[in-house]
Design a protein around this ligand. Structure first.
Ligand SMILES: Nc1ncnc2c1ncn2[C@@H]1O[C@H](COP(=O)(O)OP(=O)(O)OP(=O)(O)O)[C@@H](O)[C@H]1O
Ligand SMILES: [Mg+2]
Length: 127
């Protein structure tokens, strides 16, 4: 089964999270610059003419399509690298994925998202 991890993280944590993912062999991913709000509905900032409200804060969204068996390890890596402990660290959502197709080869499903030396190949090597 394929899953999608959608991780919404702090902008300045992107480098650390990418490194942590690379360390466990997660290769394929895409990244969006997004804006949004969570529980606090934005933040209040102090300006020259008093305070003002910023309701949609910038975050980075990382999307990863991967096998179900790699989801827990990937979430753990994102938590380790992305956590500051303060409000605004972000959220991780997990979705089912119906299909993946590599256009060049027509490979489908898990085959479409396996890369040389990645987390799946490492697990195969260890088995
Ligand atoms: N229910 C939601 N659906 C989609 N995106 C969301 C949702 N809640 C938050 N987000 C996105 O996640 C980002 C990070 O939210 P944030 O870290 O502030 O979460 P939180 O639930 O308020 O937790 P915390 O209390 O740690 O701040 C938001 O800026 C927004 O982009
Ligand atoms: Mg919040």
């Amino acid at each position: 089964m394929l899953k999608k991890i959608e991780a919404i993280i702090r902008e300045d944590k992107l480098g650390d999270v990418k490194d942590a993912l690379s360390d466990i062999g997660i290769r394929g991913m895409n990244v969006f610059e997004i804006r949004g709000q969570g529980r606090q509905g934005g933040i209040t900032l102090a300006g020259r003419s008093g305070t003002y409200q910023v309701d949609m804060l910038p975050k980075m969204q990382i999307n990863i399509i991967l096998s179900e068996q790699n989801v827990d390890q990937t979430i753990e890596a994102i938590l380790q690298a992305g956590q500051t402990g303060d409000a605004g660290d972000g959220l991780i959502f997990v979705y089912p994925v119906d299909e993946a197709v590599r256009i060049r080869t027509g490979e489908r499903g898990n085959e479409a998202v396996v890369y040389p030396g990645d987390i799946d190949e490492r697990k195969k090597g260890a088995a």
